[in-house]
Design a protein around this ligand. Structure first.
Ligand SMILES: [Zn+2]
Length: 325
């Protein structure tokens, strides 16, 4: 059921998140700005620390902004351009940022599909990529981790691998026997999948645009998402006040985001009234998941108690929403 302004939970502006930490794991620079970005900016404004991890440098991304396609500066060094764009996006959201350091696998196209390029993220041994993320987790010590669902949210090999590596690192980070040279054990307490682009939301956008007599670019996207089946959204975070910060972060990725493109076809006032939340699906948790949550930190004790839990051995999962594949 889509949230309406009446039924959506009110933003909890009275409660500061000082000391809480959220790690958002993404495949490429720009994914952090299109999935969960407004929620990230809101948590930062509310006192939490938010760190975005980009697993790859996005080196194989095409220039998707028509206005920049023939820019010689961009063609000379797309990797540096994307690093600069990422720094600007992180500043727009107020988040910290870490490169995991792997190479973009690219999106293979053709029939049959060509093999993935040697040395790319999706072909790295899982122990290598997991250790890299475990190191980040043990250093940043997040209470909550977000990543993609088992389909990657969309079928790019780096997105699917981001899911696989996140699950593997979430399982290993608290285990003193796993990757002993990658820092002191730290068990994040909750793990969520981004479901910002749920079928429900894109359909609501599509129908709202048509109802206003406007063109909708979302028809095909709705069909595509709905063919994949419904996801179980557990958590809707009200963050419409931060959609403007999300838009600034998206636009910072100038090579990837066309200001005239589909990200910006939904009038912002209409978006705020139709779907004022960013949504997540709880996958694993060491604290209870309430139905329906409005906060990724819901159910956690105080920061000091959560820190103590995260370093305790022998914790038991109390929620497992993973989908068998
Ligand atoms: Zn991506």
């Amino acid at each position: 059921m889509p949230p309406t302004p009446e039924s959506a939970p009110a933003p909890d502006t009275g409660q500061r998140r000082d000391g809480f930490r959220l790690l958002a794991v993404h495949a490429h620079p720009d994914d952090e700005s299109s999935k969960g970005a407004a929620a990230s900016a809101m948590y930062v404004a509310d006192g939490a620390r938010v760190c975005v991890v980009s697993c790859t440098g996005g080196e194989r991304g095409d220039v998707l902004n028509e206005a920049l396609k023939d820019d010689p500066h961009i063609q000379r060094d797309i990797a540096q351009v994307r690093r600069d764009e990422m720094a600007a996006a992180a500043a727009a959201l107020g988040v910290e940022h870490v490169w995991l350091g792997f190479v973009d696998s690219g999106l293979p196209e053709g029939d049959p599909l060509p093999p993935l390029p040697e040395g790319c993220f999706a072909l790295e041994p899982i122990s290598v990529t997991t250790e890299a993320l475990v190191r980040v987790i043990r250093e940043f010590r997040p209470h909550v981790v977000t990543t993609y669902d088992e389909h990657g949210g969309y079928p790019h090999p780096d997105h699917i691998m981001t899911h696989t590596v996140s699950m593997s690192a979430f399982a290993a980070a608290g285990d003193p026997a796993a990757y002993p040279h990658a820092g002191q054990p730290w068990q994040p307490l909750k793990l969520y999948y981004n479901q910002t682009h749920s079928g429900g939301r894109i359909r609501a956008f599509h129908e709202a645009l048509l109802a206003e007599g406007l063109d909708s670019p979302y028809g095909e996207w709705v069909e595509h998402i709905e063919r994949r089946g419904q996801r179980h959204v557990t958590t809707r975070v009200p963050c419409a006040e931060f959609f403007a910060a999300r838009d600034r972060a998206l636009l910072a990725h100038a090579t990837q985001v066309d200001p005239e493109g589909s990200w910006f076809k939904m009038p912002r006032e209409l978006e705020r009234s139709v779907w004022p939340t960013e949504d997540f699906e709880a996958a694993l948790s060491y604290v209870p998941i309430i139905e329906v949550e409005d906060d990724l930190f819901a159910g956690l004790p105080s920061v000091a108690e959560a820190d103590e839990m995260a370093t305790r051995q022998g914790l038991t999962l109390v929620f497992d929403g993973r989908v068998a594949v």
